[in-house]
Write a protein that binds this ligand. Structure first.
Ligand SMILES: NC(=O)c1ccc[n+]([C@@H]2O[C@H](COP(=O)([O-])OP(=O)(O)OC[C@H]3O[C@@H](n4cnc5c(N)ncnc54)[C@H](OP(=O)(O)O)[C@@H]3O)[C@@H](O)[C@H]2O)c1
Length: 238
């Protein structure tokens, strides 16, 4: 019997990327509060360990740079070894390299960092967790996206970032379709404009407020929605 098995119930294990600060830290805190074991994915081990220590015994850190296939593989191996399972993946880490830059002057380097961090990173982590999620017939994948990556948005202030998040949205739909009926639910969300390094100090929402919808999606009951994008716990247009 797994060390997580307690009578009929299982203690869920979540991996949150970019959880050392900002929205990721708030999502991790919310999941700990809801009783999950939470792995803090962080490029900086020291920063990840400091965040985990502040969250208590239910959180621990793993070195994770989503742009590195080797880092992702090593992190997933450590989580599988130490926790024995991954039930929840929150793809939260993101790069926002071209704020305020017109599309015609965005550099290849900024397009590359946006796509590598915001699309290819989540893709390779999802690829690494879905087989186990399928087998256990339980998984919750939350892709933290943004309204500025939707075709229904009438504005965008960071073109490479927006394009990468639009691709993440399509990726969400494709993974959800592949996994429909397996117990693995895959959704995207926009957290709103949040007071983090990315959102800036005057943004409308606190990190805990912005974390509400991602946490809700990470803990959906069986039979919950899949293949949709949410804001304020409400499905929105892509
Ligand atoms: N804040 C907003 O208003 C807002 C609005 C819409 C959507 N979002 C989305 O919400 C999510 C969190 O945003 P945030 O506001 O918390 O951003 P943030 O303050 O910029 O924090 C980004 C986090 O991602 C990590 N990260 C960046 N590149 C990484 C990589 N290659 N590998 C691993 N981690 C990496 C950062 O780690 P380091 O500490 O090492 O840099 C940091 O922990 C993002 O997906 C963002 O697109 C935010």
């Amino acid at each position: 019997m797994s060390r997580h098995a307690q009578d009929e119930s299982v203690r869920r294990v979540a991996l949150v990327t970019g959880a050392n600060r900002g929205l990721g830290e708030a999502i991790a805190r919310g999941l700990v509060t809801r009783g999950l074991e939470v792995v803090i994915g962080s490029r900086s081990v020291a920063a990840g360990e400091a965040t985990a220590a502040a969250l208590g015994d239910s959180a621990w850190a793993v070195s994770l740079d989503v742009t590195s296939a080797a880092s992702v593989a090593a992190a997933l191996a450590i989580v599988t070894e130490r926790a024995g399972r991954i039930d929840v993946l929150v793809n939260n880490a993101a790069a926002h390299p071209d704020f305020g830059v017109p599309p015609s002057t965005v550099t290849d380097a900024d397009v590359q960092i946006a796509l590598e961090t915001n699309l290819i990173g989540p893709w390779r982590i999802c690829r690494g967790v879905v087989a186990a999620m399928r087998q256990q017939r339980y998984g919750r994948i939350v892709n933290v996206s943004t309204r500025s990556g939707t075709f229904s948005a009438t504005w965008s202030n960071a073109p490479a970032y927006g394009v990468s998040k639009a691709a993440l949205n399509m990726f969400t739909l494709q993974f959800a379709n592949e996994l429909r009926g397996t117990g693995v639910l895959v959704n995207a969300c926009c957290p709103g404009v949040v007071r983090t390094r990315m959102g800036g100090p005057t943004a409308e929402l606190s990190p805990d407020e912005g974390a509400d919808t991602p946490i809700w999606l990470a803990t959906l009951d069986d039979g919950g929605p899949t293949g949709q994008m949410f804001a304020d716990r409400t499905a929105i247009e892509w």
